[in-house]
Design a protein around this ligand. Structure first.
Ligand code: FES
Length: 176
């Protein structure tokens, strides 16, 4: 007598093959979908907006002689002395950290300890440079505008026409 093969075992290899084919298709679909999403993101990628470099401030009258005002958004300090208005970047010339007001009335860099006077002149290193001067101008509404992308000599001043009540659209720059 010979034993007949069982029908229960005959179908098992076929089911395994079906399962593997189905799993392969699923993996291919998932991989293709992920690739399509990545391609879509690549094709629609937009460069991040450039950081702002121009900041509108108060009217000049808001800054009386002797003023030093920190403008946190711009990373600058605005000054007015007897010669006019000027601004200094608060970025340390050593490795680019933001300086902070110090107890002595100047500025100190938290990264490596550079120190600056009240108007941004270097007092101690490791930086070898003063804080950069940056340009000021007047807009059409008579507000001061600071342009962080425009460096100026530290002696530069924005002067106002005294005959116009300390305010003028024809503000002059003294490079001397
Ligand atoms: Fe200011 Fe180094 S970054 S001292």
């Amino acid at each position: 007598m010979s034993a007949m093969p069982s029908n229960d075992l005959e179908g098992l290899p076929v089911r395994r093959r079906d399962f593997l084919a189905l799993a392969t298709r699923a993996v291919l679909w998932l991989t293709g979908g992920a690739a399509a999403v990545g391609l879509g993101r690549y094709l629609t990628y937009q460069l991040p907006a450039e950081p702002a470099t121009r900041f509108t401030l108060e009217a000049p009258e808001a800054y009386p002689p002797g003023t030093r005002v920190l403008v946190a958004d711009a990373g600058a300090a605005i000054y007015r002395d007897q010669s006019g208005y000027f601004a200094r970047s608060l970025t340390c010339g050593h490795l680019g950290c933001r300086v902070h007001p110090s107890d002595d009335g100047g500025f100190a860099c938290p990264c490596h300890g550079s120190q600056f006077s009240r108007d941004g002149a270097r007092v101690n290193g490791p930086t070898a440079r003063d804080l950069n001067g940056v340009a000021l101008s007047l807009d059409d509404q008579g507000h001061l505008v600071i342009d962080m992308a425009s460096k100026v000599d530290p002696t530069w001043r924005l002067m106002m026409d005294a005959t116009a009540g300390g305010r003028s659209q024809d503000a002059a720059a003294d490079k001397g």
